[in-house]
Design a protein around this ligand. Structure first.
Ligand code: HAM
Length: 444
């Protein structure tokens, strides 16, 4: 029996891979403009890294990680997200000697989740992590970078929702309020939440089981427990966002599912049809204690990650990304001797930057013409023994009667000039202005 792909994974075939390249190129350009540098970290890390960053009581660590013991009896985990690995690399490589590090990454993440549209077990994230500044202006920059990505793809119907988890003081008071509130409903919340109530009350608010119940809707909101300092800081972030004319909504119900967050947290939502609960395409926030908790010097940090499958679906919902592959030139060779010359011609033309193709199945003339259609060739060069003996080659424009015979050695220049705007084969002027006495297509 043939082996098939694992559940929750998918292949990106050539009919789609170019869309990924298009998306990733644009992301890289935006990162460059914002001066974020690329970092690539391993796909697997010591399991402990994720336990200590994402949190023991988070769904991600409790239920969704791909864990394996290697042959040396070490516990490994396929990365479920990018932040932990980047922070580990930041500390291990002493990147903190620079006052500010602005980093980005694009890569696969792994979560053992129930697969559905927009949710996979291997998926891709584009993320940024920025270290060294706790100034609210950094929060605003990171959010504006996420928004610029959205703008670069001209996406509409996007919502930026943000909240603050405040400082340590805020979270301590808030946790107490949550414990007091949910203890009253202990018998009515799910068993996971009963454990969270004891171990990590903030995580109760991520509950996927009871999230929409009245009990949850009436739960205390963190915005009512902010310390004066946390409130002032959050207002400063909003002021910077206003100054950049970024539209947002403050949503006190956002808590994000990972333990490392402090202060600003945010999500970007797209209203893509059929996406349901998978419409959150980007999530992020500040994590001012994470570097220190992992053994590095106290360094503030903030970042976000886009789910690239979701981003691409949103892009495709609004834009047609199909593009025909346009080959500049298809070289048809007839006969063994001509094939030897053709293989060199194709190679030379490619080195000169022309997208050039030929037939690899030694087909008949008719089949080679068919193949040139498949490649959408703009021009077709035909070389047989006769032409070879005379040092010439025929060049045809598909779907027209236009055909010229030119010296083989001028083929490259001829095609380049035609692509540039229809000049003749021997000079650079366009045909209309051409005053040379060459034998190019002026004489056709
Ligand atoms: P996250 O919210 O867990 O945050 O994931 C970020 C984004 O990844 C989500 O908004 C979603 O678009 C996408 N995503 C998550 N799980 C899946 C899945 N199973 N299938 C497809 N897409 C998925 C983080 O990962 C944090 N590390 C973000 C961050 C960076 N915070 C600070 N820095």
């Amino acid at each position: 029996m043939a082996i098939v792909k694992m559940k929750g994974t998918y292949d990106i075939l050539p009919d789609t891979s170019y869309k990924w390249s298009f998306m990733e190129d644009k992301i890289r350009t935006v990162c460059q403009i914002f001066n974020y540098e690329e970092i690539r970290t391993p796909i697997f890390e010591a399991s402990e890294l994720f336990h200590r960053t994402v949190g023991e009581t988070s769904d991600l660590v409790k239920k969704e990680t791909y864990d394996f013991k290697d042959r040396g009896d070490r516990f490994n985990t396929l990365r479920p997200e990018g932040t932990a690995g980047v922070v580990r690399a930041f500390i291990e490589n002493k990147m903190y000697i620079e006052p500010i590090n602005k980093l980005f990454y694009i890569g696969s993440m792994f979560r053992y989740e129930r697969p559905q549209k927009g949710r996979y077990r291997q998926f891709n994230q584009f993320g940024v992590e920025c270290f060294g500044s706790s100034d609210p202006i950094m929060d605003a920059e990171v959010i504006s970078l996420a928004v610029t990505i959205i703008k670069a793809f001209r996406l509409k119907g996007i919502k930026v929702r943000l909240n603050t988890l405040g400082d340590d003081e805020t979270r301590e008071t808030y946790k107490k309020a949550l414990v007091e509130y949910f203890t009253k409903y202990k018998d009515q919340i799910c068993t996971d939440c009963q454990v969270r109530l004891e171990k990590n009350p903030l995580r109760i608010l991520d509950c996927k089981v009871d999230r929409d119940t009245e009990i949850f809707k009436n739960a205390p909101k963190i915005t009512d427990y902010l310390s004066e300092e946390a409130k002032t800081r959050f207002n400063k972030v909003l002021e910077y966002l206003d100054s950049m004319e970024i539209n947002y909504e403050v949503d006190p119900m956002i808590v994000r599912g990972l333990d490392y967050y402090t202060h600003t947290i945010f999500e970007i939502e797209a209203s893509v049809e059929g996406f349901g609960s998978q419409n959150v395409m980007c999530g992020g926030g500040r994590y001012d204690h994470l570097v220190e908790n992992l053994g590095g010097p106290a360094t503030p940090g903030i970042g976000f990650a886009f789910g690239l499958e979701r981003l691409l679906t949103a892009i495709e919902a609004e834009h047609d990304l199909t593009t025909d592959v346009n080959t500049h030139l298809f070289v048809i060779a007839l006969g063994d001797k001509a094939r030897v010359k053709a293989v060199k011609l194709v190679n030379d033309l490619r080195c000169g930057g022309l997208i050039t193709e030929m037939d690899y199945l030694n087909g008949k003339l008719k089949n080679q013409f068919k193949l040139s259609e498949k490649y959408n060739a703009k021009y077709i060069a035909i070389l047989g023994d006769n032409e070879l003996d005379n040092g010439v080659i025929n060049v045809k424009t598909p779907n027209s009667t236009e055909q010229v015979t030119i010296p083989i050695d001028s083929l490259y220049q001829y095609v380049v000039n035609k692509l540039r705007g229809g000049s003749c084969g021997s000079c650079h002027a366009s045909c209309d202005d051409c005053s040379c006495d060459c034998e190019g297509n002026k004489n056709e």
